[in-house]
Design a protein around this ligand. Structure first.
Ligand code: SAH
Length: 500
């Protein structure tokens, strides 16, 4: 069952690797009317949200005034009481140092129904990605999750250092970088062996994950020397040494390489996923954004009248999503398409259709308008009513051809793609990139225009093929690597060859 109106979902988004989000979390994000999200959620976590969903940032940032906790609770209650389905998305697990308990209590007090969706907590995920088993038959029969940063409003420390020093197992400190020296000394003073192995794991499970190891006595120096920053975990116990045998992420071919990928929000980023799988740190710079036109009269009319067409042509996954939204607005569902033939431009579009219970009748081999035209060659089009539902700025190749064949064609623009300025944070993260990848001429144009002077000049430029290379050259970029095969596989291979 997906998201219900008037319910708040307290959802864990996992430690940072998008692949570690649960199926339930993705399902809820895709259905929610509103998502209130924190800073430490995985890149692209909100990509699956509906185009009209309200996405509200309520995270805390060091040194910046943040939305107070009580206000977050109030806003959750308000949204639920307004009849919306609400996702409250947090890093890791909502109940592990995530204040999910407090939010649940506030919701209960207000009589608002909620559901808790656990997430993979950093304490087990960052450690696993660093090759540190938090328990081990020989080394640790217990593990403790400890906060290294007490609530500053508390007068007295709640941590019992004697008990923690005597704890017979692995200690994992969350939020433990700032007070590391103090905490390590407190443990030693309370009797923990200063020679016990210790590690700091920075940005665990994310591209750019780093692990620094030392002993309990020296870990604060090692952390200062390596300039380890939050988010990071501190792990103390003999299991840290198992890393010598069990580290695996650092062995991947693109580990330590930062790669820029240009993408539109809500566009499945297969390239980013592939690069992450090879160990790269991926910076996704959105340079375009989809702007739905669900309120346009033509779109409303279309939503109510899909059943009158003999053939509907869909040219993107976004087009399918918005077509169904427009139908839903008219009180219709997939049954309204009974008896209508449906053509999808490619497998991505066909997949989104299939998720909505419609198997495309036509999917061409080449995923461009010309490919769809070839695939429609056998269709009787004379006098048939055909709907082309697509982006506002699409080419007219397909509608023109359909009209030439005698079809009565309606072209409806479901959305526009508009330039989007990447966030300052993303631009800053891109500055020391090792590679920038271009998968089409439009990614070159969008990214160079969006970054302007702040295009990372030191990064090596990887192009998918000659047309893209030409556009890059015209934009004043020197292409260092051009793929031999002009698809995502070819681009990844070219990058791997260059990096090795
Ligand atoms: N609810 C979260 C924890 C929030 S507290 C969870 O279950 O994981 C924030 C702290 O979690 C950070 O200061 C850091 O200590 C830890 N943390 C979160 N994500 C991390 C990551 N990817 N790598 C290392 N530590 C992380």
């Amino acid at each position: 069952m997906s998201a219900r109106a008037g319910v708040v979902y307290l959802v864990g988004a996992g430690p940072g690797d998008p692949g570690l989000m649960t199926a339930r979390s993705l399902e809820l994000i895709a259905a929610a009317d509103v998502v209130f999200y924190d800073r430490l959620i995985p890149p692209g976590a909100l990509d699956g949200a509906r185009a009209e969903a309200e996405l509200v940032y309520v995270g805390k940032q060091p040194g910046v005034p943040s939305v107070p906790q009580e206000e977050i609770g109030e806003r959750l209650i308000e949204a639920a009481q307004a009849g919306k389905s609400v996702v409250r998305l947090k890093g890791g697990d909502p109940f592990v140092f995530g204040r999910g308990g407090e939010e649940g209590e506030a919701l209960r007090a207000a009589g608002v129904e909620f559901e808790v969706v656990p997430g993979i907590t950093a304490g087990v995920a960052a450690t696993a990605y660093a090759g540190v088993p938090v328990t081990h038959r020989d080394d640790a029969s217990a593990v403790a999750f400890v906060t290294g940063h007490e609530d500053p409003d508390k007068d007295e420390t709640a941590l019992d250092w004697e008990a923690l020093a005597a704890f017979p197992g692995t200690l994992v400190f969350y939020m433990g970088v700032k007070r590391l020296e103090h905490n390590a000394n407190a443990l030693i003073a309370a009797g923990r062996d200063p020679e016990q192995p210790a590690a700091a794991i920075e940005r665990g499970t994310m591209g750019g994950q780093r692990t620094v190891t030392a002993t309990l006595r020296t870990i604060h120096e090692a952390v200062a020397l390596a300039a380890v920053k939050a988010p990071a975990l501190i792990v103390i116990g003999p299991v840290v040494e198992r890393r010598d045998q069990l580290a695996w992420l650092e062995r991947r071919p693109l580990h330590g390489k930062k790669v820029i990928v240009t993408r539109a929000r809500a566009q499945a980023s297969g390239l980013a996923k592939r690069l992450r799988g090879l160990g790269a740190e991926v910076v996704e710079l959105p340079a375009i954004r989809i702007e739905p036109r669900l309120d346009a009269p033509a779109v409303r009319e279309m939503g109510a009248a899909v059943g009158v067409y003999e053939l509907i042509c869909l040219t993107s996954p976004n087009g399918v999503r918005l077509l169904f939204e427009a139908m839903a607005a008219a009180g219709l569902d997939a049954r309204a398409l009974a008896g209508v033939s449906v053509a999808a431009i490619g497998p991505g579009t066909a997949r989104v259709l299939a998720e909505r219970g419609v198997l495309a009748d036509v999917v061409p081999e080449r995923f461009v308008a010309e490919g769809l035209i070839e695939a429609l060659g056998d269709f009787e089009l004379q006098g048939q009513r055909v709907l082309v539902a697509r982006a506002a700025e699409a080419r007219d190749v397909l509608p023109d051809w359909l009209r030439d064949r005698g079809a009565l064609v309606d072209v409806v623009s479901l959305y526009e793609t508009v330039r989007e300025q990447p966030s300052e944070e993303a631009i800053a993260a891109a500055q020391d990139a090792d590679y920038v990848t271009f998968t089409s001429s439009s990614t070159v144009t969008n990214l160079t225009e969006a970054l302007g002077e702040r295009f990372p000049r030191a990064a090596r430029v990887v192009s998918i093929g000659p047309a893209t290379t030409e556009t890059a050259a015209a934009a004043g970029l020197e292409v260092d690597v051009e793929a031999e095969r002009h698809d995502v596989d070819g681009l990844v291979q070219a990058l791997l060859d260059d990096a090795s």
